[in-house]
Every structure is written in C-alpha cells, then in structure tokens.
Design a protein around this ligand. Structure first.
Ligand code: SF4
Length: 474
C-alpha cells in the first residue's frame, strides 16, 4: 500500500495502541528549553523517575535569554533563576545543555537542524508550538505542553491521535521580493487559522522543491499558525546535502546508509492524501498581516477586506478598505525561529546595505543562534546592520514573544519577521505586530513605514544600472 511520509514514520514509531485508542508513539529526539521544563522535572523527582533516554534529549536556553548584556548572572532575576534551574536539572538528569556563551546555543528550532540533530524519518517533540519547523527535514515534529514534556522525559513517548494528511502544493516561480514567509502567510490566509486542525501539512510542488532547507523551515514553522499540528517536506537531495557534515549527523558510511533509509521514508508517488490544495507561486505577493492572527493578512497594496466590526481591525487601528502599506512603524524586529537564520539576515542586509534606518524607528537584528551570529559576522552582515542603525544582538527568541527585556512599549507598531501577531505577543498588552518577511521588515525600517520591498529592489537595480553604465560603455 502506498503511504505518506507521515504514515511511514508513525508506523515505524508506534509502540502500541492504548486503551484510549491513542497511539503510544516513540519519540526519537526531545528538545527542551527553560520555559516548559521546570514542572516536568519536578514531577520526575516526585515520582523518583529518571529521564528515560538522556542521550535523545538536548537542552538550550532561548526564550528568556537577554540579547544585549549576556554575562551571568543575568540582571533579570527571573531569567537567571530559570537558567539556573535548567542547569541544575540537566546536571542531575545527565542532559547536554547549551547556554549563552556556548557556540551551540540558540533558539531550539534553529539549533536542532543546524547541529544535525533533526534528521529525516524522526519523531521529534519540544515544549514549544513551533516545533513543526523540524518537518522541513522530513521529520514529524510535535509541539507539546508541559505535562507531555514530563511524559517524554519519563517514557520517551507520547500518547497521540493520528493525523490526516493534506498535501499543499506550491508550483511555479516566486517573483522578486517574494519569499517563503509570503508563501506561508498566503497559505494560512486561504486555508484559515483553524483549517489545518487534525491535519499534518505535507508541502511540495516545484516551488517547495526549489527552496533551500532554511526556506522550507520558514514554511513548516508556521504550519501550527494554520492549525496543523505538523508540517513537513519530503527529504530530497537538498536535505541530504544540508545534513552532510553537521556535528550530530551520521558520518562516513553511516551517512550513506542513512540516506538510503531517508529516501525510502519519503511519501510514495501515489500516496493517498485526505485532500490536496494548490497554490500558484507566481500569484503570491509580498504579504503583511493587518490583524491579530496570522491568517489576517493581505498582499501589500491590497485593501483590507474584513467586516468593519472585526476585533483585529479595532485593535490594530485599521479600518475596512484601508491599506497596511504606508503604516508608520515604531520598531523593526528581524529574528525568531521563523526568520532568524543566515539566509534571512542576508536577505534583510541586501535591503539595508548603504541605507539608514528611519530616525523614529528602533531596529533590532537578533540571530537565531550563536552559529548564525558567527556566520553572519564572518560575512560582515553585523557591520551592514550596525552601519544602517540597527542594534546587533546575541542569539535568542527576543521580541518574538518579549519574555526578555526586548519588548514593545505601549501601542507601538512593530514590523516583525516572527510568527505570531496575537494581542500582547511582543511584550506590551497593547503593542501591535505586523508580520512580514525579513526583507519587508528591513524595507520598513529604512522607509519608516510599511512599503513594498519590490520598489526598493527596483530602485537598487536602476541605481546599480545607472552606476555601471559609464563603465559598461567602455
Ligand atoms: S522564536 Fe518565538 S516561536 Fe520560536 S521558539 Fe522562540 S518564542 Fe517560540
């Protein structure tokens, strides 16, 4: 029987059917961080249980970490306490932990793939909603709550109901200035923020096939914002090339054997899906949110088409028929597990190079990991951003959710490359978030308002052409 990747991985990891009808699913990799683990470790201690598979468990500090002054003890007492608690727990239970200053520290969904911990065919769990990110490498990855973190620590398994699988095809070429973030915002807009409930989203089609693994991560990351518990892309040559040589990836002959297994785990050509949807990449435009969930978005330049009494319109201060383009911003944030990787910073740096951040805008770049930070610095991207007036920060979640000192103030409006525009998400209960691609955030930072990044790319092209023409004439 032909099967999807989801079904193959599920079958390979099913321990047994529970009395509840759920499946006990073995979890290959458990990633943990400081926010959703303290009570889980306390429960283990109370029950006198060890961590079942400490060698399948890896910890990092990301959510609360300060991104400006990172020396210990942290000035924020709660951040210091939470970090110290995770250090104690990891020491006691024998789990590797990366803290600021370690070259492997970073946002949990950034370091998993970059270290080669995330591999095709795996089941992965983490106490964070955006664990679906790891599906970009052909894994099925579940965001879980604290009680499930306890379950995975104690048993390396989860009680889960199987998911239906929806095939999401994106075909064709993305236009200039259109990125993976625009694709996923468009998918969520069309299918709805609850359209994926009960589903795993399998992304494919020529556009996704042509994407880098980092772009696929952006897409899979936001599956949860469309209601899908899991998002994934079948592993292919790009996946294997990405993993080769990574610290925790198989090496030598083992790598070749792993590739043979990884190829088999991909969905069969005639695998059955519960349903299929298709998107035309050529029709996708730079997209921005106007409301208070990631499905409330429009193509830049398009008027907002929502009922006049929509709660999101009122909160954000927009009216039906208005345009987000031209909205003055106060803060620009480039970072998060959605768009805090090297290629994201490169795309943003290409926009700000030689430009200045508008005087009224506070602009931050927060790399997703120490490794991203080092790679960006080696390419001089930090200088590009600092010269333009951005703050260049240490790795962490930062203003994605404002659990550290990086917060919006009052009703500030933030152009953000993160994944959630919920009320209060960025640290101020009344703060307003406009989600967009990193390049669009960079363009907004420079213009001081939301603009169509394509106009900046066009200006750059004509400036370059003008500059080059005298030399070209020789
Ligand atoms: S960057 Fe945001 S979404 Fe990602 S792990 Fe951190 S808080 Fe969660």
């Amino acid at each position: 029987m032909p099967e999807t990747l989801f079904e193959k991985i599920w079958r390979a990891h099913a321990v047994r059917t529970l009395a509840t009808g759920q499946t006990q699913l073995f979890i290959g990799l458990h990633l943990i961080h400081e926010v959703t683990t303290p009570q889980a470790f306390d429960a283990l201690r109370r029950e006198r249980l060890p961590v079942a598979f400490p060698r399948r468990t890896f910890a990092t500090i990301d959510h609360i970490v300060p991104t400006a002054r990172r020396e210990r003890p942290f000035l924020d007492v709660m951040a210091e306490d939470m970090t110290a608690a995770l250090e104690r727990n990891c020491r006691e239970f024998g789990i590797p932990l990366w803290t600021p200053g370690d070259d492997k520290q970073g946002i949990v969904h950034v370091i998993g793939p970059e270290l080669g911990l995330t591999q095709p065919g795996m089941t992965i769990a983490c106490g964070d909603s955006h664990t679906s990110t790891h599906g970009a490498l052909g894994a099925i990855a579940f965001g879980i709550g604290t009680s499930q973190v306890r379950d995975v620590l104690a048993t390396q398994s989860l009680a889960l109901d199987p998911l239906k699988v929806r095939r999401v095809d994106v075909n064709g070429r993305l236009g200039p200035g259109v990125y993976a973030k625009d694709v996923i915002l468009t998918v969520i807009r069309r299918l709805g923020v609850e359209g994926g409930v009960g589903f795993a989203y399998e992304y494919g089609g020529t556009t996704v096939d042509a994407m880098s693994i980092e772009e696929r991560m952006t897409i899979c990351n936001m599956s949860i914002e469309g209601g899908a518990r899991v998002g994934y892309v079948n592993p292919d040559d790009a996946t294997f090339a990405f993993l080769r040589g990574r610290p925790f990836a198989p090496a030598g002959d083992e790598f070749d054997r792993a590739v043979a297994w990884w190829r088999q785990i991909a969905s069969d050509r005639d695998a059955p899906y519960t349903d299929r949807v298709e998107f035309d990449a050529g029709a996708i435009e730079p997209t921005v949110t106007w409301g208070i969930n990631p499905g409330q978005s429009v193509a830049i330049g398009e008027p907002i088409d929502a009922p006049s009494d929509d709660e999101g319109l009122a909160f954000m201060g927009f009216t039906r028929g208005a345009r987000v383009q031209g909205t003055k911003i106060d803060v620009a944030f480039i970072g998060s597990c959605t768009n805090g990787r090297l290629s994201d910073l490169e795309a943003a740096a290409a926009i700000v190079r030689g430009q200045r951040v508008a005087p009224h805008v506070r602009a931050l770049v927060v790399p997703g990991s120490e490794s991203v930070s080092r790679a960006a610095e080696a390419r001089g991207l930090d200088r590009t951003f600092v010269d333009a007036g951005f703050e260049w920060r240490g790795a962490g979640c930062s203003m994605c959710l404002g659990m550290n000192p990086d917060k919006l103030e009052g009703r500030q409006i933030c152009a953000s490359s993160s994944n959630r525009n919920f009320k209060g998400r960025q640290g101020s209960p009344t703060g307003r978030t406009l989600l967009m691609s990193p390049a669009m955030v960079a363009a907004a930072a420079v213009a001081g308002e939301v603009v169509d990044v394509r106009t900046m790319l066009d200006n750059r092209r004509s400036a370059t052409a003008g500059h080059q023409s005298p030399r070209d004439s020789h």
